[in-house]
Ligand binder design. Structure first.
Ligand SMILES: [Zn+2]
Length: 321
């Protein structure tokens, strides 16, 4: 009797699992040793796939694959979201796509102007695939591309082979709608968030958003000098929630739902800003700001690398807000 109950309980909890049940851990150096990719692509919903990157920083072992490289098999060609952090990574993703479908890749979209979104454009440009990028992200490539490439080469060494800076073939400002095969694909810039030109790819008919660095899961979001944390919170609460997405492929971490990415992105930003506000109101300085209590997020990957740095950057931003 007891055993039957246990079995029922197991069956019930399996049904209640989120979209994918795999777990992320920055302690796992590589999940797909046969490929440059960190993990083999999974089909998240019908015809929408994602190769989930490491929740660790880019390393030689993960080939710089530390963000999600997704693709939509539309029925009339494939749309790839993210060039990836290196030429060889983009090539490895293309090999997986060719195993899944004979449809050609027709478009690559970069989620922002960071290395892991655009360095692999060098491979896709060689395949003569169009590359669509937000205009502010394109400015980032132009301004910081050489520095981004040099730092990737420092980490990836021989695995950076073939990687160059290749800009977009097309840019957009607020929105670009693509109809391809059976898909309506809305390429959106919903507002300021993690980095200049943050791009979200929204599939209204499937209620799935490929959120880019708007949304983080299973790891701590990094706050950079050009990250607008107030803008990020506002863009989240307004237009991003307004999509009412059922499924979310975040920029980093496994596919999930809004409740989960809200907890670990929006709620984290609100929490950290609240702590820094308190610290400022008590006359605290930058030195003390690094150590505001973030222990509620200590279980997230990259916590050790990012928590104090994030706090310092939020302090500098909020000092004059
Ligand atoms: Zn990212």
């Amino acid at each position: 009797m007891k055993r039957i109950f246990l079995l029922m309980l197991l069956a019930f909890s399996a049904a209640a699992l989120p979209v994918t049940s795999a777990r992320a851990s920055e302690a796992i150096a590589d999940q797909y040793p046969a490929s440059a990719l960190y993990a083999k692509p999974v089909e998240v919903i019908p015809h929408v796939w994602s190769a989930i990157g490491a929740t660790a920083p880019p390393t030689y072992e993960n080939w710089g694959h530390n963000n999600n490289l997704s693709f939509i098999v539309t029925g009339d060609g494939v749309v790839v979201i993210n060039g990836g952090g290196a030429y060889l990574l983009a090539k490895a993703l293309h090999e997986e796509i060719k195993r899944i479908t004979p449809q050609p890749v027709k478009l690559v979209i970069n989620e922002n102007g960071q290395g892991h979104a655009m360095l692999g454009n060098s491979y896709w440009a060689e395949q003569k695939v169009a590359i669509l990028v937000h205009q502010d992200a394109a400015k980032e490539f132009a301004a910081r591309g050489a520095q981004i490439l040099a730092s990737a080469q420092g980490v990836l060494k021989d695995r950076a082979e073939g990687t160059r800076i290749v800009g977009p073939t097309e840019t957009f400002a607020d929105k670009r709608v693509i109809t391809m095969g059976g898909f309506r694909i809305e390429v959106l810039h919903l507002g300021p968030a993690h980095s200049p030109g943050d791009t979200q790819v929204w599939l209204p008919e499937q209620s799935l958003v490929i959120a880019g660095d708007m949304a983080f899961h299973e790891r701590m979001p990094p706050i950079f000098d050009d990250t607008d944390t107030k803008g990020w919170v506002d863009t989240w609460a307004g237009p991003f929630e307004g999509l009412k997405a059922t499924y979310v492929i975040p920029g980093h971490g496994h596919p999930t739902n809004m409740a989960q990415v809200r907890r670990y992105t929006h709620d984290y930003l609100v929490y950290l800003r609240g702590k820094i506000r308190e610290h400022l109101d008590n006359g605290g300085d930058l030195k003390g700001a690094y150590y505001v209590d973030q222990s509620a997020y200590a279980h997230l990957d990259t916590f050790k690398q990012l928590a104090t740095r994030n706090a310092g950057r939020v302090f500098v931003q909020m000092e004059f807000e």
